[in-house]
Each structure stands twice: as C-alpha cells, then as structure tokens.
Design a protein around this ligand. Sequence first.
Ligand SMILES: CC(C)(COP(=O)(O)OP(=O)(O)OC[C@H]1O[C@@H](n2cnc3c(N)ncnc32)[C@H](O)[C@@H]1O)[C@@H](O)C(=O)NCCC(=O)NCCS
Ligand SMILES: Nc1ncnc2c1ncn2[C@@H]1O[C@H](COP(=O)(O)OP(=O)(O)OP(=O)(O)O)[C@@H](O)[C@H]1O
Length: 199
Amino acid sequence: MSKPLILGLTGSIGMGKSTVAAMFADLGVPVFDADAEVRRMQGPGGELLPAIEEAFPGSTGPEGVERQKLGAQVFGDPAALARLESIVHPAVRELREDFLRNNAHAPMVLFDIPLLFEKTDIEGIDKVVVVSAPAEVQRARVLARPDMTEAKFADILALQMPDGEKRARAHFVIDTGLPLDETRRQVEELVDKLKAQLR
Ligand SMILES: CC(C)(COP(=O)(O)OP(=O)(O)OC[C@H]1O[C@@H](n2cnc3c(N)ncnc32)[C@H](O)[C@@H]1O)[C@@H](O)C(=O)NCCC(=O)NCCS
Ligand SMILES: Nc1ncnc2c1ncn2[C@@H]1O[C@H](COP(=O)(O)OP(=O)(O)OP(=O)(O)O)[C@@H](O)[C@H]1O
C-alpha cells in the first residue's frame, strides 16, 4: 500500500503555524490540525469533557472547557499539566492515525503539531518543518492577542523548546517574520521540491 510523505509542522507560540498550515492546505496538501482537534474534543459535547471535569472539577461548562480557567490551573503547575496531557494526547494520537488511514493515497500530508518536539512521538514523521520569526515579532504578535498577559506568555515560553533549538532540529525552516506573500512563496517552493523528490 502506498504511504504519503509525512511532514510535521511546528513552531513556538505565535510563530505562524496555523497561517502556514493553511498555505499548505491551499496547495492541496491534507492537513491534520492537532490544536483544532483538541478544541473540538474540549468543546460543547466534546468527548474529553467527562474526564477533564473529573480531573479538574469546575473546569467545564455548557460551552465545554473553560480554557482561560483551565489554562490558569495548568500552565504554572507541571503535575496538573501532565494530568491534562494524559487525557488529551492519547485521543489526539488516535485521530492522527485515522487521518493517515483516510489519506493513504495522498503524495504528502502535513501534521500541524504545536508540541511536536516537546510532546509527540515523532517516529513516523519523515520531515519536520519549523516556522520561525524573530523573537520580537513573536512577542508583539502574542501580546496583541486578547486574554494574553506577559506572565502567561512567559509561562508558555518556558514550557516550549527554544526557537533556536527547534530550528537546529528542523529539516526545513519557513521564515514567518516576512510579509505573508514571501512566506507563501517559501511554502510553494518547499512543496514543489518535495513533490519533485517523490517522482
Ligand atoms: C490548557 C488549555 C485548555 C488552555 O487553552 P488556551 O486556549 O488558553 O491556550 P492554547 O491551547 O491556545 O495554548 C496556548 C499556548 O500554549 C501552548 N501549550 C498548550 N498546551 C501545552 C502543553 N501541554 N505544553 C506546553 N505548551 C502548551 C500552545 O502550544 C500554545 O502556544 C489547552 O492549552 C490544553 O488543553 N492544553 C493541553 C493539551 C495540549 O497539550 N494541547 C496542545 C496541542 S496537542
Ligand atoms: N509571514 C507570516 N507568516 C505567518 N504569520 C504571519 C506572517 N505575517 C504576519 N503573520 C500573522 O501572525 C499571526 C500568526 O498566528 P498563528 O495563529 O498562525 O500562529 P501559531 O503559531 O499557530 O500560534 P499558536 O502557537 O499560539 O497557536 C497571524 O495573525 C498572521 O496573520
């Protein structure tokens, strides 16, 4: 049976993963969005709600997980975060396997995984693509988001592998500190190059 080339896309908070994943999708590459799947499973009626409510009483409601509240409980507390991850990550892994089965005939697929280096079993991922922009660009983008504070940004950064290390481990780096058109051109070039190698 044919198997697609599996690309893993990652990058630190606010570096532009979602934006770049959408560029791959525009080029016809099937994208598995780990974060979107997590949000769906934590949203209204989501299958993870009972387990999360049991582990973190009061953290869910009619709208699903109260993300602000749960984030405040886990981002500064490694044991609590590990507990949440032990609920969320196995469910994500299963969905990723389904996605792969459903796209077995595509030439390549992209896994958009925020914590690819930190938390994911990267066996099975053929090439890692890292999105990266200068730290001050990242900082400005993140602090412009509603509900973001300096303290929360600092806690999250501390949980993530430094950008320099991610770049060093990447097979390919996409520069997201540039105007969107230029980033898009880099994505197009990469997809063309990979397709040519697959022929
Ligand atoms: C605690 C939750 C509800 C907070 O949600 P909220 O919308 O406030 O934040 P969001 O999910 O957008 O994350 C903000 C930033 O923190 C990072 N982050 C999220 N979870 C983790 C984690 N387990 N370890 C390190 N960084 C993390 C994200 O990559 C992102 O850069 C949510 O982050 C969560 O459920 N996290 C645990 C599950 C997980 O590991 N998700 C990552 C994708 S698989
Ligand atoms: N060249 C570029 N490449 C990517 N994003 C860019 C670029 N220029 C500006 N941006 C903007 O930067 C923001 C990046 O946010 P995005 O949600 O894609 O990041 P993310 O890495 O997925 O974030 P998180 O880790 O928090 O989920 C978007 O608002 C996007 O429009």
